[in-house]
Ligand binder design. Structure first.
Ligand code: G4P
Length: 190
């Protein structure tokens, strides 16, 4: 997506060879016009898939997910990241570890917002190691619902997430695919 790639080149900050800071328009301050275009792009790509719900993980996935949910006219559900396990019959939980943040989370959803009849599109801001995506998939499939696709705003192709999800057979659509952050330069795959 050209608009997104241009913004990444203009405003993104390389922190090191592995991490790109996009606080100016995605992770902290949010560019709503960009988010609208992202929603249109994901909606055009996934509209044939009979999606019933959009799922995202708090917090930076919420903006692109809500715009996609608006375009597809289906609800958006936020998977909460709890730092401790909760024993409660009203929720489902799956544990995962974020390598980037070196923290373990319990991805949590109320049983009210998922059923086995759902066909779900997962949207997130970054795909790095794929742990968050894998945990979301597990949460959804444990219930018997279906993951119809995964929409990613920024994929770092040099980290393992994309390959893992491809090998598991999921339809992953990323709007910007970063091949390298080496030598203080952002390089995309086209
Ligand atoms: P994974 O989800 O692909 O497994 O990656 P990992 O666990 O390693 O990292 C997940 C968290 O780190 C996510 O934030 C993700 O947005 C963030 N992240 C990963 N790579 C980058 C990067 O290059 N730049 C930035 N800015 N963030 C990155 P989170 O824990 O879900 O937090 P939030 O920002 O959504 O609240």
């Amino acid at each position: 997506m050209k608009l997104l790639e241009d913004m990444i080149l203009q405003k993104g900050k390389i922190i090191n060879e592995d991490v790109l800071k996009v606080d100016n328009f995605i992770n902290h301050q949010v560019d709503s016009k960009l988010m609208k275009e992202i929603g249109v792009e994901f909606s055009n790509y996934f509209k044939k898939d009979k999606i019933t719900k959009i799922f995202t993980i708090e917090s930076s996935g919420i903006a692109p997910a809500v715009m996609t949910s608006y375009e597809l006219n289906v609800p958006m559900v936020i998977l909460k990241k709890q730092t401790s396990a909760i024993l409660n019959d009203d929720i489902y939980q799956v544990n995962y570890k974020s390598f980037t943040k070196n923290t373990t989370y319990n991805l949590t959803i109320s049983k009210d917002y998922i059923s086995q009849d759902d066909s779900i599109l997962i949207i997130d801001d970054f795909l790095a190691n794929g742990e968050a995506a894998k945990a979301s998939i597990k949460l959804i499939e444990n219930v018997g619902a279906k993951v119809v696709g995964i929409g990613i705003v920024i994929e770092k192709t040099f980290q393992p997430g994309r390959k893992i999800l491809d090998e598991l057979g999921y339809n992953v659509y990323s709007l910007a695919r970063i091949k390298s952050l080496k030598n203080n330069k952002i390089e995309f795959i086209n």
